[in-house]
Design a protein around this ligand. Structure first.
Ligand code: PLP
Length: 372
């Protein structure tokens, strides 16, 4: 592997594998199926690290992702409300791959009956307080959908699926726990209410903050966290992980040095424009780790170095911070920056470079797959 010359997304494989193992072990202890969300890494190779720990079923957030991963996986849930416009793409996915779809509308069931040419599992998408989408606990369509699906061999009802994404608005671990408890209570009430007429209904839940902070998943049949594979500054700030768990960092070459700032090659097209406001009320796009002249192959340790990515344009990043830290860097040095939102940064970068110098492709750099 030649040395780094341009913005490069580094992956610490050992941290990543440890993150996966921790969550797989936790799920196992609670007797819950671990169906990780692959939208974060979108990599066939990283997917194999889950399989090595016994994971057999995965979650994705688009039909394109389902198509990509169906090359290697036999059980995939597309965890967004089904898009009827993509019916033919769903029909074309390798038939041996079991698919599960999310549905909210009775008319979608009618549509699937007429147009789908395969058997699928059906989850009812529930809103547990995030209010992005899903049926509210008291929505009459829940009963209507279950009645419509009763006894259907082609559209096989699985149960209730929800995403408590409002854990990302929590201010601390206690608030994350409270959101998780409330979400589980809603799902539990739904199961209690509808199970007498529709036995076997399952519960599928799982966001990374909730799954990281909570230890016991009683009452949940299936867990779907995704971000835990890398974690990021957002998760760290929420208390969902430590800095030592963050498994990706962007390596950015210094291209200019000013008295009060460094300019790096690494901008909005690399990091995404997801931002955070720190304790001092300053908006930033990432925080730097490591030191000038450190060999990136050795990773980035567990300490922030005080530099903040305080502005981004398309290709440039501006790092500000203590003069003493800024003065250590020269043009041509590499700054390692922890991203705010790993999923977005990975999607923008389309590939990973491990600390051992191996390049792993992301779906966005690898689709459509060339014929095997
Ligand atoms: N399930 C659904 C439906 C989601 O939308 C997401 C993330 O957006 C997840 C699971 C995974 O959650 P996280 O990104 O917190 O790991």
């Amino acid at each position: 592997m030649p040395d780094i010359t341009e913005p490069t997304l580094l992956l610490d494989e050992a941290r990543c594998r440890a993150n996966i193992r921790r969550m797989a072990d936790k799920a196992k202890r609670s007797g819950a199926r671990f169906r990780p969300h692959f939208k974060t890494h979108q990599s066939l190779e990283i997917g194999e690290w889950y399989r090595e720990l016994g994971v057999e079923a995965i979650t994705v957030s688009s039909v394109k992702m389902a198509d990509y991963f169906s090359r290697a996986w036999d059980d995939i849930t597309i965890a967004v409300p089904f898009n009827v416009l993509e019916i033919e793409r769903v029909n074309a996915i390798r038939p041996e791959c079991r698919l599960n779809l999310c549905v909210m509308h009775p008319e979608t069931i009618e549509f699937l009956r007429e147009n789908l040419r395969r058997d699928v599992g059906i989850w009812l998408k529930i809103d547990v307080g995030y209010h992005r989408t899903g049926l509210g606990e008291d929505d009459a369509r829940i009963g209507e959908l279950l009645d419509l699906l009763a006894g259907d061999d082609k559209l096989q009802v699985q149960g209730f699926l929800a995403h408590a994404g409002h854990t990302y608005e929590a201010r601390n671990r206690e608030e994350i726990r409270a959101i998780d408890t409330a979400a589980r209570a809603i799902m539990g009430r739904l199961v209690d209410r509808f199970s007498p007429a529709h036995p076997g209904l399952q519960v599928s839940l799982g966001d990374s903050p909730g799954c990281s902070v909570v230890e016991d998943f009683t009452g949940i049949d299936e867990l779907r966290p995704g971000n835990l594979v890398f974690y990021d500054l957002q998760q760290y700030t929420l208390g969902a992980c430590g800095l030592e768990d963050i498994a990706i960092a962007m390596a950015c070459p210094v291209i200019a040095r000013h008295d009060t700032k460094l300019i790096v090659h690494g901008g909005g097209v690399h990091f995404s424009k997801d931002a955070m406001v720190d304790d001092e009320g300053v908006r930033h796009y990432g925080l730097a780790v490591g030191d000038a002249g450190t060999n990136w192959r050795e990773g980035w340790g567990t300490e922030l170095n005080g530099l903040k990515l305080s502005a981004l344009s398309q290709e440039h990043g501006t790092l500000t911070g203590p003069a003493e830290v800024l003065s250590r860097y020269r043009p041509g040095d590499i700054v390692l920056v922890l991203p705010i939102h790993a999923c977005m940064t990975a999607s923008d970068m389309k590939a990973y470079t491990t600390l051992e110098g191996k390049r792993l492709l992301h779906l966005e750099g690898d689709y459509p797959l060339k014929a095997a």
